[in-house]
Ligand binder design. Structure first.
Ligand SMILES: *Cc1c(COP(=O)(O)O)cnc(C)c1O
Length: 379
C-alpha cells in the first residue's frame, strides 16, 4: 500500500536512540539543547524551544503573549483542529476565516479584514500543505490592525522564511510530518523575553531544571509563572537531530515528486485541479488535489485503495466539526466548504519514486472514469 505519508526512520535514528539511552540522562539535557540550537539556525532564528507537540507550542505561544478571555483570534477553518483548540485553551474565541480560493487555499486577508473587531488580538496563519502564506501581506495586515502574528508552521519546517513571519511560530514533529520525533514540537519567537518565558512555562514555570540543579549543586528553585509540563525528552531530541540533518534533502525530494505529480496529473487527469503552482515556495508536506465538482469522492477513495493507493482528506473544516458547530453555529465559509468537499490528498513522502507517482496518477484517471459520469462523457 502506498501511504499518504510515512515516517523515514532507520539505522541512524536507532543508533541515536541507543546513545541517548546509554548516556543515562533521558530528558531535558544536552540533546534537547542541541536540537533547539540546530533547529533555530536552520530557520535563521536566534533560538528555539523544543516541546512535546505543536499543540503545546501553540498553547504556550498564546499563553505567553497574554491572549485570553475577551480576545478574538483569527484562524483558518481549513486546518487541523489543534489550531483552534489552542485558542480555546487560553479562554479566547477563535474566529474562522475563509480561504482565498480553490487554487489558493490559504487564509484570505480580505475575509480576515471583514472579521476584525475591536476584540481581535491575534491572527494564526497556517501554511497549508507546506505552501507559504504571503509574508509581506500578513505582516502589513497585522501591523495595520495592531495584531499579534503567529504561524502554525506544522506543515512547513525547513523552508527559508518560515517561523519568522511575526511574533512566534509553532512546529510539529508528529509521525506524519516532514520530519518526526514521533511526538514533538518547537517554538520560534523573535522576542527574547518571550523565548525565555516560554522556556520557563514549558516546565511548570520553574526557574531551574533538574540538570541545572545537578550542575550547580543547588537544589533550590522558584516558580515565577503558571507553567505546564510540555517538555521534550532526550530520546526524541536524539531522533530529531538525525532527522534535522536529512530534512532539507527530504524537502527537495518532496518538491521533485510534487512537480512530477503536476506534470502527470495535467496529462492524465485534466479535470483535476492542483492547487497553487509549480513555483510556489513550499515544504511540499501534502499533495492536495481538487476533484471535479461532480465526482463522488468516497467511491474514488475505495477504487484507489483497491489499487494499493491510500488517500485522505485535508481537512474536514473545523467550523463544521460537531464540537465547534455546537459552540459557534451558523458559520458559513463558502470557499473552505467547497474546497473541503472536493479535496483529496494523494500519497507524498520521500520514500516514493516517480514511478509511484505515475501509478497514483494512472489509478486516479481510471478511478475518475469509473466513478464520475462526466468523465465518461469527456472520454
Ligand atoms: C499536525 C498539526 C498540528 C498538531 O501537531 P501535534 O504535534 O500533533 O500537536 C497542528 N496544526 C497543524 C496544521 C497540523 O498539521
Amino acid at each position: 500500500m502506498l501511504l499518504v505519508s510515512e515516517p523515514a526512520l532507520g539505522i541512524d535514528e536507532k543508533e541515536a536512540l541507543v546513545a541517548a539511552i546509554d548516556s543515562g540522562w533521558i530528558t531535558m539535557g544536552d540533546r534537547v539543547r542541541e536540537f533547539e540550537q540546530t533547529f533555530a539556525r536552520m530557520h535563521d532564528a536566534e533560538d528555539s524551544v523544543a516541546v512535546g507537540s505543536c499543540t503545546a507550542a501553540l498553547h504556550l505561544i498564546l499563553h505567553a503573549l497574554g491572549v485570553g478571555p475577551g480576545d478574538e483570534v483569527l484562524v483558518p477553518s481549513l486546518t487541523f483542529v489543534a489550531t483552534a483548540n489552542a485558542v480555546l485553551y487560553v479562554g479566547a474565541r477563535p474566529v474562522f476565516v475563509d480561504v482565498q480560493s480553490g487554487t489558493v487555499p490559504l487564509m484570505s486577508a480580505a475575509d480576515a479584514l471583514r472579521k476584525c473587531t475591536s476584540r481581535t488580538k491575534a491572527v494564526i496563519l497556517m501554511h497549508f500543505g507546506g505552501y507559504l502564506a504571503d509574508r509581506e501581506e500578513w505582516q502589513a495586515f497585522a501591523r495595520s490592525k495592531g495584531l499579534l502574528l503567529i504561524e502554525d508552521a506544522a506543515h512547513a519546517p525547513g523552508v527559508k522564511g518560515v517561523g519568522t513571519f511575526g511574533d512566534a511560530a509553532a512546529f510539529s514533529f508528529y509521525g506524519n510530518k516532514n520530519m518526526t520525533t514521533a511526538e514533538g514540537g518547537a517554538i520560534i519567537t523573535r522576542h527574547r523575553i518571550l523565548n525565555d518565558m516560554i522556556k520557563r512555562a514549558r516546565s511548570h514555570g520553574m526557574t531551574t531544571n533538574t540538570r541545572q540543579r545537578l550542575v550547580s549543586r543547588s537544589p533550590e528553585y522558584d516558580v515565577t509563572l503558571l507553567g505546564f509540563n510540555y517538555r521534550m525528552d532526550e530520546l526524541r531530541a536524539a531522533v530529531g537531530l538525525v532527522q534535522l540533518r536529512k530534512l532539507t534533502g527530504w524537502n527537495d525530494t518532496r518538491r521533485h515528486l510534487s512537480l512530477h505529480y503536476r506534470r502527470r496529473l495535467a496529462e492524465r487527469c485534466p479535470s483535476v485541479l492542483v492547487p497553487f503552482n509549480a513555483s510556489w515556495v513550499s515544504a511540499h508536506h501534502l499533495m492536495p488535489v481538487l476533484l471535479p465538482a461532480a465526482s463522488a469522492r468516497q467511491p474514488l477513495i475505495e477504487h484507489l485503495s483497491k489499487r494499493g493507493v491510500q488517500t485522505t482528506i485535508h481537512y474536514p473544516p473545523v467550523h463544521r466539526l460537531t464540537f465547534y458547530q455546537d459552540q459557534y453555529p451558523g458559520i458559513s465559509l463558502p470557499n473552505t466548504e467547497d474546497f473541503c468537499g472536493r479535496e483529496l490528498t494523494l500519497p507524498l513522502h520521500p520514500a516514493m519514486t516517480p514511478a509511484d507517482v505515475d501509478h497514483v496518477a494512472d489509478s486516479l484517471a481510471d478511478g475518475l472514469r469509473a466513478t464520475c459520469p462526466a468523465e465518461v462523457e469527456q472520454a
